[in-house]
Design a protein around this ligand. Structure first.
Ligand code: ZN
Length: 443
C-alpha cells in the first residue's frame, strides 16, 4: 500500500532557502542579469544537495532535449548558470546571509518530532565544536587564507619552505550518543580578523560563535562538547556566560594542576559490567566535584570525571577524562561520559562525508578571491542539514532511502534517474524511488 504522503518539509526548506538567497545583494546594473542571483545560489546548492558536482551539467543536457530540467522542477531555477558564472557571482556574497536557514532547519526538525532523537535526558541537546580544514593549496589563495610554512629545511639556512594556504572552519554540530545522525549548524570561519594582532584560532572562533549564535539556540538547553583544546577557563566561562553547559575533554598532560588536585583525594568509583555482543567489558568511572580549573583565586570550579574501559582480560581499551559544569554523581556520570564521547564515536559515512565535503565539491566551482570557498562550505552544510530533516521527518524520503543499501547508493540512484527524466516534483521523484514504479510521462 502506498503512503499518502508528500515531501512537504523538504519543499518548504528549499523554498525558505530560495527566499533567503533572494535577499543577497546584487551589485549588477541593467544588462547581464539573465540569471537572478537566487538562481545562481540555488544552482550551487543543488549540486551539494544531490551530492554530485556533475548534477548541473546533466541537467543542462536534459534541458536541451526536453526544454526543462530537474533544476527547474526541484530547485526552482529558471536557467542553469555555468560554473564560471556561479564562481564570479557568489564570490562577494557573505556566508552569514545564509545563517537564518540553519535555524529554520531546527524548527522544521522540532515541529516534525525529529529533534526528540537528539535530546539527552529529555531536554539537553549536544553541540560539538570541532575545527575542520576544508581547503588547502600551494598555488591558490585569497585574502581570507591562513598560511603555514611547509617543507622547510631543518637547518633553516635557506628559504626552501613553501607557503601553504588553507581555510579552516569551526563547525558546530548537533550530535547524539546512540545514533549516527548529525545536524550541522552555521560554521564560524577561522581566518585573519580585522585589527587582530594574533592569528585566529579554533577557540577564538568558538567564542565568536557563542557570542553570535548561542542566544538563538538557547531553547535547546545546549551542552557544548569539545576536545582538550576547549577545557580552559576563558572558554568554559564563555559557555556559561552564553547560558550553556559544557563537557570538555581534560587530558592529564595538559592539566597538571587538575591532576595534582585529584591525586590527593580518595575518589568515588562506579564499576559497570557491559556486554557488547559476545564480549564483556567493565566501564569504570571516577569523579570529583568542585575542582579548580587553574591556579589563583579566580579559578573556575568545575566537576571532573574519568571513564576507563577494560576488556575481560583486564586490559585498558579506552581512557579519557572530562570537565563539566553539570553535577557529577553515581546517577549521572555514565550519561555524562557517553555525551562527552559522542562526537568521537560518530564515524559513519555521513559524518565523514560532511568532514571532507569541502574538498570534493569545491573543485567544481573554485576558491574565489573573497568569500566563495566559505560560502560553498556553508551551502554544503545546509545540504547535509536538509538531508537530516528528510532522514527524520519525511516518510517518503525514508522509504526511498530504505530501498538503497547505503547513502552512497541512494544518491547514486538519485543522480542517475534525474539525468534522464524530468520529475515534476520531489514527491513524484521520491514515489518513483520508493515504489520502483515507472517514472511519470514527461510533462
Ligand atoms: Zn583563501
Amino acid at each position: 500500500m502506498r503512503l499518502k504522503v508528500c515531501v512537504q518539509r523538504l519543499d518548504s526548506l528549499i523554498g525558505r532557502l530560495r527566499q533567503c538567497c533572494e535577499t543577497f545583494p546584487d551589485k549588477r546594473r541593467g544588462i547581464n542579469t539573465t540569471y537572478p542571483l537566487a538562481d545562481i545560489a540555488m544552482a550551487a546548492f543543488s549540486a551539494f544537495f544531490m551530492q554530485s558536482p556533475s548534477f548541473l551539467a546533466y541537467q543542462k543536457h536534459l534541458a536541451e532535449g526536453c526544454g526543462r530540467s530537474n533544476c527547474e522542477t526541484l530547485f526552482g531555477l529558471r536557467k542553469i548558470p555555468s560554473d564560471n558564472h556561479i564562481r564570479d557571482m557568489l564570490d562577494p556574497v557573505s556566508p552569514a546571509l545564509l545563517h537564518p536557514v540553519f535555524a529554520d532547519v531546527l524548527t522544521a526538525l522540532d515541529r516534525s518530532g525529529g529533534l526528540a532523537a537528539f535530546r539527552r535526558r529529555g531536554r539537553h541537546v549536544l553541540i560539538a565544536f570541532d575545527g575542520t580544514e576544508y581547503f588547502c593549496s600551494k598555488e591558490i589563495s585569497c585574502e581570507h587564507c591562513s598560511t603555514r610554512e611547509r617543507g622547510k629545511d631543518k637547518n633553516k639556512t635557506k628559504g626552501t619552505g613553501k607557503t601553504e594556504y588553507f581555510h579552516t572552519a569551526l563547525c558546530a554540530t548537533i550530535v547524539a550518543p546512540g545514533h549516527n545522525h548529525v545536524v550541522p549548524l552555521q560554521p564560524e570561519f577561522i581566518r585573519p580578523q580585522d585589527g587582530a594582532e594574533k592569528q585566529d584560532c579554533e577557540t577564538r572562533a568558538a567564542k565568536r560563535w557563542l557570542a553570535t549564535h548561542a542566544d538563538r539556540y538557547a531553547w535547546l538547553d545546549p551542552i557544548y562538547i569539545g576536545d582538550d583544546l576547549y577545557s580552559r577557563q576563558p572558554m568554559c566561562e564563555a559557555v556559561l556566560a552564553a547560558g550553556g553547559h559544557f563537557i570538555f575533554v581534560c587530558k592529564p598532560d595538559s592539566h597538571t594542576l587538575v591532576q595534582e588536585y585529584i591525586a590527593g583525594v580518595r575518589l568515588p568509583i562506579l564499576n559497570v559490567a557491559v556486554k557488547r555482543g559476545a564480549r564483556r567489558f567493565t566501564y569504570r568511572y571516577r569523579w570529583l566535584n568542585d575542582v579548580p580549573l587553574r591556579d589563583g583565586k579566580d579559578a573556575l570550579l568545575v566537576n571532573w570525571f574519568e571513564m576507563e574501559i577494560r576488556d575481560a582480560a583486564g586490559a585498558v581499551t579506552y581512557r579519557n577524562s572530562f570537565v563539566t559544569d553539570l553535577p557529577v554523581n553515581r546517577r549521572t556520570v555514565a550519561d555524562l561520559a557517553d555525551s562527552g564521547r559522542s562526537r568521537w564515536k560518530i564515524e559513519n559515512e555521513s559524518f565523514n562525508t560532511l568532514k571532507t565535503a569541502g574538498y570534493h565539491l569545491e573543485h567544481s566551482f573554485g576558491h574565489g578571491r573573497q568569500n566563495l570557498a566559505a560560502l560553498l562550505v556553508t551551502l554544503n552544510l545546509l545540504g547535509f542539514a536538509f538531508h537530516t530533516v528528510c532522514d527524520h521527518a519525511e516518510e517518503l524520503w525514508r522509504l526511498a532511502r530504505s530501498k538503497a543499501s547505503s547513502r552512497v547508493q541512494f544518491f547514486g540512484r538519485l543522480i542517475a534517474i534525474t539525468s534522464f527524466v524530468v520529475f515534476p516534483s520531489w514527491e513524484s521523484l521520491m514515489q518513483t524511488m520508493a515504489y520502483r514504479q515507472p517514472p511519470p510521462q514527461p510533462p
